[in-house]
Design a protein around this ligand. Structure first.
Ligand code: ADP
Length: 632
């Protein structure tokens, strides 16, 4: 990446740098408001120049902020101007750095006019490029495909619309579901989950394949019952749960294939240096104890692993950032042979594929127009712009339109997921505290209202029905003994949020004190917690059906923060076969076109399980890369 930054800087020509600045040498600091909270910027100057820029504190989204942090300070110092380009897709955070530098420069004696010279850029030229494989989209699927395609010896050009890799994948929870024979016995759970399996096996099968899958799981479950293990799991049970959890809308053969590839894919990730915590949990909406949690914040660990693996592939792998695909090129037979794209300066970029094009442009939950157009069922009372989103600005469903233009069938397009627990103001998830199963959801009255280990759609609908469509996540020192070390998903501490009054975090020594802060009846809140603790102790069955219990909440301090459902994932998309070929409505393959990741529509049905999306983009990104490399 250093190389890329250097390249960008080398292309820039500063037209006029004034020299007579009246600066007082030293280091100056300014704190400005950024996207998710305060950002502190430190600027070091001598009498007439900026010698260093550092961002010393911020609470921006991990992964996303890395690129502005790398590029903006370097560009300011190299060009001696604050009139530098922002990182596409991370504009707000980029501008915050620039504002911080300007504020700090003022403290050093600079005027508004100083260090404000415009940078003149050499005009960008049209490009005509060829590679074996063209990949559109630099999120999870695009990078997984880059690895397998280059490892198969193919040359690859990847185009990415924004100025950074990651898409929605890098801001995800970073969680990965798969049965794991090594860790299964150490799952952090005290209650039995056997009733879930019994329930699924008792169902009347709706197809032969369903009956076969039930029979396999039944056999595995019977064998498990002869052991002293306390959590049953298998690829087939994961498949059955994934399919049932999406109301049997997904393609069962695809789901079975997907689940059978999940564990080998975990091992593939680990072979690239991806690190997971050595314990299995049940992430929200995952419905089972098979969630592996990334050690690095959000989805950043996957991208570190992917980029490390690609670092020695520079002879084969050419990423073009700030390059947006607009349409696919086809030949007279209908085969997809390339991509028409446009560069940052509006220059034409025409890409030719010797073997295949992979669309990995993600979903459309953040595209209000598209989600209103396609998600026409009455499942969600509102999907307008009033509903916040967790999605990155670059992920707008472009690939779906492009695929459709060349004849691809789009399936399950009416299926959209709302994530129950987003920041009500920003849609962020990096600020959730990692309490795993030791917390509960309460409404503004201090009452529980839904099982916390249930489906994401059921939780979201239940929250929408509460006063102000809002809930609080409630936990105590039993879940987070020390807020100064207890972590959020984005790797900040609970104390950081409390001290900076961010994301609505509140704390009180007693439950009564917390109820007062939140305007709840303390007696109601106490009754809620007492009832939940009775469930944890196994003294009663939960009124809302929760079965995953780990800890009683008894000891203060008590903590809470508000959450709202946000448009998160689109389960529908391009109909693909198991080799990731895009299919027409008549089932025929569109030669030369492969799709992987959230752009595809076969795997999650009416409700995607939490922790299943990363499995999806890794398994099928990898297959798309392998097959496109061979032109298979
Ligand atoms: P997935 O999980 O399926 O990989 P992501 O959301 O992680 O999906 O990544 C999709 C990526 O595709 C994002 O980085 C997004 O900026 C990029 N992208 C979307 N549309 C285009 C386009 N028209 N041209 C190039 N890149 C695109």
């Amino acid at each position: 990446m250093k190389k890329l930054v250097a390249l960008v800087l080398a292309c820039l020509l500063v037209t006029a740098v004034s020299s007579a600045f009246a600066l007082t040498s030293g280091t100056y600091e300014a704190t400005v408001a950024a996207m998710h909270g305060p950002m502190t910027v430190q600027v070091t100057v001598d009498e007439d120049s900026i010698t260093d820029v550092q961002v010393t504190a911020n609470v921006e989204t991990p992964g996303l902020i890395d690129w502005p942090l790398k590029e903006i300070p370097a560009a300011i110092v190299a060009n001696q101007t604050t009139e530098v380009d922002t990182v596409t897709g991370a504009t707000f955070s980029s501008r915050a750095i620039i504002r911080g530098v300007r504020e700090a420069l003022k403290l050093a004696g600079a005027t508004d006019e100083d260090f404000a010279a415009k940078i003149e850029k050499a005009p960008a030229e049209d490009q005509d490029l060829t590679a074996d494989v063209i990949i559109v989209g630099g999120g999870g699927a695009g990078l997984a495909a880059s690895i397998s395609a280059t490892e198969a010896g193919a040359s690859v050009i990847l185009i990415e619309k924004t100025g950074f890799f990651g898409g929605n994948s890098i801001v995800s929870g970073g969680i990965f579901n798969c049965p794991d024979p090594d860790l299964q016995d150490y799952a952090d759970i005290t209650s039995s989950l056997d009733s879930l399996i019994e329930e699924a096996l008792a169902e009347e099968p709706v197809s032969e394949l369903h009956a076969e899958l039930q029979a396999t799981v039944r056999e595995q479950f019977e064998a498990y019952k002869q052991t002293d293990k306390h959590v049953f799991d298998s690829a087939e049970w994961m498949a059955l749960q994934t399919w049932n959890g999406g109301d049997k809308v997904a393609d069962l053969d695809h789901v079975i294939f997907y689940a059978q590839n999940a564990y080998p894919t975990l091992k593939w990730l680990e072979s690239m240096g991806m690190e997971f915590a050595p314990v299995i949990n049940s992430a929200s909406g995952s419905l089972y104890m098979r969630t592996h949690t990334a050690v690095m914040p959000n989805g950043t660990g996957y991208f570190k692993a992917f980029q490390t693996r690609l670092a020695d592939k520079t002879d084969l792998w050419t990423p073009l950032m700030n390059t947006t695909a607009e349409s696919l090129i086809t030949d007279e037979t209908g085969r997809v042979t390339g991509v028409n794209a446009v560069g940052k300066e509006g220059n034409k970029v025409t890409l030719h594929a010797n073997k295949g094009v992979i669309l990995a442009t993600g979903g459309f939950a953040g595209n209000v127009e598209m989600r209103m157009e396609y998600c026409v069922s009455d499942k969600w009372p509102d999907l307008s712009a009033k509903v916040i989103t967790t999605n990155m600005p670059g992920v707008t469903g472009d690939g779906l339109r492009m695929a459709q233009e060349v004849g691809a069938e789009l399936i399950n397009m009416d299926q959209i997921q709302l994530l129950p627990y987003a920041n009500p103001w920003t849609g962020a998830t990096s600020d959730i505290t990692l309490t795993y199963s030791a917390s509960c959801y309460i409404n503004k009255n201090g009452e529980r209202f839904v099982r916390e280990d249930g489906r994401r759609d059921e939780m979201s609908l239940a929250i929408i029905a509460q006063p102000d469509g809002l809930m609080y996540q409630l936990f105590s020192a039993d879940a987070v003994p020390d807020p100064a070390t207890g972590k959020t998903l984005g790797d900040k501490t609970v104390s950081y949020y409390l001290d900076n009054h961010l994301a609505g975090y509140v704390q009180a020594d007693t439950l009564e004190g917390l109820a007062e802060i939140l305007g709840m009846d303390p007696a109601v809140l106490q009754a809620t917690v007492d009832d939940m603790n009775a469930c944890v102790r196994g003294e009663k069955t939960d009124d809302y059906g929760r079965v995953t219990w780990t800890k009683e909440l008894k000891t203060g301090p008590w903590y809470a923060y508000p959450r709202k459902p946000a448009a998160h994932h689109t389960m529908g998309g391009v109909n693909i076969d198991l080799s990731t070929h895009a299919l027409r409505a008549d089932g025929s393959v569109i030669e030369g076109l492969y799709c992987a990741g959230e752009i595809t529509g076969n795997f999650h049905g009416a409700n995607r399980l939490g922790g299943n999306a990363i499995v999806d983009f890794c398994v099928f990104g990898r297959i798309a890369g392998e097959n496109a490399a061979e032109g298979k």
